[in-house]
Design a protein around this ligand. Structure first.
Ligand code: VGL
Ligand code: ZN
Length: 211
């Protein structure tokens, strides 16, 4: 089990989508999303390696309800499987796609890599490792391997979507993975928070608390 006070040199803090649109007032607000930012900053100070992801969508993204004239939070069958339709969010270059101010003035300057995801109009991307087609790699696994980083500690938004799928993919790519649950918040639609916690435990992801 990791000691969050003194991470190893082969540990990496992966901060998932700490963006304005996922915070209260944003386009796809995660309840309490902004509350995690001070803790995320404090954790990041202890890690030698910090990676950020940034949800980064074109206007006509397949995951936008507006693209299909459909209701947000409904689903469609995309060519790669079921896709939840979201309100337009994290549009490339928009203010809502920017990092939360506490992250921007804190760890964003220190992050060694920022993985942008969901920039392909035809395929959404929840995971930091693979697009939702489960085959198109983002390059993060290769980066971590080449740098000799073996354990991913996940924080950020949202626990039941991008954090969940990132941690699951980390395990399937051969990394150790853990989630610091009090440095995450969930969208929680149709019980998705509980489902995520169950799925993460089942695939061997450690769920820990910083507090
Ligand atoms: C996310 C839904 C759509 C997330 C991103 O960061 O969890 N969720 N895009
Ligand atoms: Zn998105």
């Amino acid at each position: 089990m990791i000691n969050l006070n003194s991470p190893a040199s082969t540990d990496v803090l992966v901060v998932i989508d700490p963006q304005i649109d996922f915070c209260p007032g944003g386009a796809l607000a995660v309840p309490g999303g902004d509350e995690i930012m001070p803790l995320v900053n404090r954790l990041a100070e202890r890690f030698a390696h910090v990676v950020l992801t940034q949800d980064w969508h074109p206007h006509n993204q397949i995951s936008f309800a507006s693209t299909h004239g459909a209701q947000p939070f409904s689903t469609i069958q995309a060519p790669y499987g079921e896709q939840v339709l979201w309100p337009d969010h994290c549009v490339q270059g928009s203010p809502g796609a920017d990092f939360h101010p506490l992250i921007k003035s804190g760890l964003a300057d220190r992050a060694e890599v920022i993985i942008r995801k969901g920039y392909n109009a035809a395929v959404d991307s929840y995971s930091a490792f693979f697009e939702n087609d489960k085959t198109t790699a983002t390059g993060l696994a290769g980066y971590l391997r080449e740098r000799g980083l073996t354990r991913c500690v996940f924080v950020g938004l949202a626990l039941d979507f991008c954090v969940r799928y990132s941690a699951e993919d980390a395990v399937s790519e051969g990394f150790e993975a853990m989630v610091v649950t009090d440095a995450t918040r969930a969208i929680n639609m149709n019980g998705s928070r509980d489902a995520a916690v169950k799925a993460l435990r089942a695939c061997g992801v450690d769920l820990v608390r910083a507090a």
